[in-house]
Design a protein around this ligand. Structure first.
Ligand code: AGP
Length: 592
């Protein structure tokens, strides 16, 4: 959803640093890129396309200056074109702005500005910002005051980095509902949408809150509210390292992150004592409501099956984007659990705001210091480390692990807790299936439709497998409750539509097996996942991915999702798609 960066350096040119920092944010948007640097004038290079292609086309020596701003775009208003790429400027090229968010009232403001003579050169909502600031500065206001006045006019969400030739040596950042952090190096200062952008330069960061402004002047950082009052903020030490955000020999971040999953789960398991403390602190509740989007929604679905079976507690799962229309009768006895890798998903944050008014809220989040962690009443960190691939993998298994820890500790279920601690070993067994899955991917790369089926705890696994396939291979995949196929979708099944059946040992095993037979007798090819000694599946499936014979279906969602991630990954690679940057998608969705 766009990534922004700004920096003021002591004795280095800013353009190479800006490019390197913004590259780390490419997971937030990759349809256009742009840089503006400032010394005696503001110079801009921008274009449609990915950063690596942009880098080949430009000469960084043409961008002199020790300070600048940069942007990667995920288009919302206006096509991905050079004109619509950021930075955007005022009429006289004296003010440059990069923006993440959406200005909802930009049409009205644009026509007001055009009526008073401002000339626009893009279709974006963002471009009204430099023109608004220009109009206030023309009245004699300082850059800081002009920005403050502009924020009173604009409606919507924004993280902005702004510089003006009329106040050289200063970059101002301001945020409302889009993330912005300040990186503090040695006499060097940074602004960024997310921590990985600055990891190569500093491990010290300040997390800005809504309606806060930061002024970087090369010697210090000043943070103010939008009334101009100085605010004192904590400087955090970041425990993510630069190395964690690199590919480390893997072809793609996604593959690296798939392989990091046993370690990610080990790290989440280390949160056990924190979660034990949290369980003691939580007020009594008699109902649970999970809220999330995408992969985090699938983790929530597992949470529903778990809370209902372990705690016998009524549990709802609501898509965050639907929460304002149907929030399941919240009251003070409801625990609302919001799940989000980024902690910045606009739909989830909106739901959190609504839930905070009525209920106890708990956010399960990966990104430390993100908005959800500051707005929820309680927080569990998943500690999976930075995830760069757009498709969530290691953060999903870490979310599941957090949910298991919470439910098992609330329910005092020590037996399952012991098995949960063995989870990294089960996951290693799933990873060993990689070569087999690579071969399966070759055979199925030209398929147009897939179904994924499972029952009970395996139903969310089937949905997650289908989502991974859709987002990184562009093949249609549908995750279905295995028993529901006969109520409609069975009509779609034939020898062109393979069915991936998720059948761990347990309560749902025999019925899912029957559903597998149903589709097989309609000529579907079957790719089945199950315990490696499951003769019933072995004799029926066309492709059998077998592992972990003794994992119970309740804990199966973690090791069983891994082959599905690998299947999607290798089909994506076979189809020459970059799985780290699927078209039309961004890692962090900061618009509703
Ligand atoms: C998953 O592969 C997707 N990238 C997407 O569905 C994601 O899970 C969703 O946008 C929610 O993001 P969050 O966990 O950061 O809130």
């Amino acid at each position: 959803m766009c990534g922004i960066v700004g920096c003021i350096l002591k004795d280095k040119e800013s353009a190479p640093v800006l490019l390197e920092c913004v590259k780390k944010l490419e997971y937030r948007g990759y349809d256009s890129v742009g840089i503006a640097t400032s010394d005696k004038e503001i110079r801009i290079k921008k274009d449609q396309g990915k950063i690596d292609d942009f880098r080949k086309k430009i000469d960084l020596n043409e961008l002199p200056g020790k300070m600048g701003i940069a942007h990667v775009r995920w288009a919302t208003h206006g096509l991905p074109t050079k004109e619509n790429a950021h930075p955007h400027t005022d009429c006289n090229n004296r003010i440059a702005v990069v923006h993440n968010g959406i200005i909802e009232n930009f049409k009205d403001l644009r026509s007001e500005l055009e009526d008073s003579g401002h000339k626009f050169s893009s279709d974006t909502d963002t471009e009204i910002i430099p023109h608004l600031i220009e109009s206030y500065m023309a009245e004699g206001k300082s850059l800081e005051e002009a920005i403050r006045f502009a924020t009173r006019k604009i409606k919507g969400s924004y993280a902005l980095a702004i510089m003006s030739l009329d106040e050289p040596g200063i970059i101002i950042g301001v945020r409302k509902e889009s993330p912005l952090i300040v990186g503090i190096g040695e006499d060097e200062y940074f602004l960024a949408s997310d921590v990985p952008a600055v990891l190569n330069h500093t491990d010290k960061a300040i997390y800005l809150d809504n309606r806060e402004m930061v002024i970087l002047d090369g010697n210090k950082v000043t943070i103010k509210d939008l009334d101009g009052e100085i605010i004192s903020k904590k400087i955090h030490t970041i425990d993510w390292t630069e190395d964690m955000a690199k590919k480390q020999g893997y072809n793609h971040f996604m593959l690296k992150e798939i392989h990091e999953q046993p370690d990610a789960v080990k790290n989440t398991l280390r949160e056990e004592s924190e979660i034990r403390e949290l369980v003691k602190k939580l007020p009594n509740f008699n109902k649970v409501c999970f809220v999330a989007c995408g992969t985090s929604y699938h983790a929530s679905l597992v949470g529903k099956y778990l809370f209902e079976s372990i705690l016998e507690m009524p549990t709802d799962v609501i898509l965050a984007s639907e929460f304002e229309y149907s929030s399941g009768g919240l009251d003070e006895n409801t625990l609302v659990i919001l799940i989000s890798q980024s902690g910045e998903t606009a739909d989830t944050l909106k739901a959190l705001k609504i839930a905070n008014k009525k209920s106890e809220t708990l956010a399960i989040v990966n990104v430390i210091g993100s908005s959800a962690t500051r707005e929820a009443k309680h927080v569990i960190y998943t500690r999976a480390g930075p995830e760069i691939g757009v498709a969530a993998t290691k953060t999903y298994v870490s979310q599941l692990t957090s949910i298991y820890l919470l439910a098992l500790l609330l329910g005092g279920n020590e037996d399952h807790l012991k098995t949960l601690k063995k989870m990294p070993d089960y996951m290693e067994q799933s990873l060993k299936k990689e070569d087999q899955i690579k071969e399966i991917a070759k055979r199925y790369k030209n398929t147009w439709d897939f179904f994924f089926i499972g029952r009970g705890f395996s139903f969310p696994t089937a949905m997650e497998g289908a989502l991974k396939l859709k987002e990184i291979t562009y093949i249609h995949g549908e995750g279905y409750a295995a028993g529901e196929l006969k109520h409609g979708p069975l009509a779609l099944i034939d020898d062109d539509v393979p069915v991936v059946a998720v059948i761990p040992p347990g309560h749902s095993h025999d019925k899912t097996l029957s559903n597998m037979e149903e589709v097989k007798s309609r000529k579907a090819r079957i790719i089945a996942l199950g315990a490696d000694n499951d003769e019933d599946i072995i004799s029926e499936a066309h492709e059998f991915i077998g592992f972990a014979p003794d994992i119970d279906e309740m804990l199966s969602p973690i090791p069983y999702v891994i082959p599905l991630q690998l299947l999607a990954y290798y089909i994506s690679v076979e189809r020459n798609i970059d799985p780290d940057k699927p078209k039309n998608l961004a890692k962090c969705v900061t618009v509703e």
